[in-house]
Design a protein around this ligand. Structure first.
Ligand SMILES: Nc1ncnc2c1ncn2[C@@H]1O[C@H](COP(=O)(O)OP(=O)(O)OP(=O)(O)O)[C@@H](O)[C@H]1O
Ligand SMILES: [Mg+2]
Length: 138
């Protein structure tokens, strides 16, 4: 399965992306809520950082037999970095959440801007079941 689309870099697009992701994964036995949450974090960041550049970002979702991969391309030149927020900080947790819920994540350079991506190995519905049982992550 693969699904890809350009979205306008505006806050309203985040809910469109959630619906797009849910539609794309419908019928597949995946941990859709976790995936939608992680996609939302990437996209919220893309909206925040690409608005001033070309007004769009691109989302790509691929599922094969043993891996889900999501890429979010935006035209901003600044690269994301994991933060270490204190209890008093309101933000700085989006990518920490992505790190906790996925197998890996990263950033790739693109001719215009960059691609922030994550992957979930294996059957994500199995991972979700393990996490609920306290066997993966915390
Ligand atoms: N697509 C991006 N382009 C440029 N900088 C990014 C991008 N995504 C994240 N960042 C930066 O990386 C850092 C970590 O992002 P993260 O999503 O974890 O936190 P946040 O966006 O600051 O807060 P929160 O997601 O909790 O609202 C932040 O400084 C953020 O601005
Ligand atoms: Mg964020």
């Amino acid at each position: 399965m693969s699904a890809a689309r350009d979205f306008a870099s505006r806050p309203e697009s985040v809910s469109e992306v959630r619906a797009f992701t849910q539609d794309a994964l419908a019928g597949l036995d995946l941990a859709v809520d976790d995936i939608v949450l992680c996609v939302s974090e990437l996209v919220t960041n893309a909206v925040r950082h690409s608005t001033a550049h070309d007004g769009t970002f691109h989302l790509d979702i691929r599922v094969d037999r043993d891996k889900l991969r999501v890429e979010c391309h935006d035209c901003g030149s600044k690269k994301p970095t994991l933060l270490t927020p204190s209890d008093a900080d309101e933000g700085g947790r989006g990518l920490l959440l992505v790190q906790a819920l996925t197998s890996r994540w990263g950033v790739g350079s693109r001719p215009a801007g960059k691609c922030v991506w994550f992957e979930i190995d294996g059957d994500p519905s199995v991972l979700q079941g393990c996490r609920r049982a306290g066997r993966v992550g915390s």
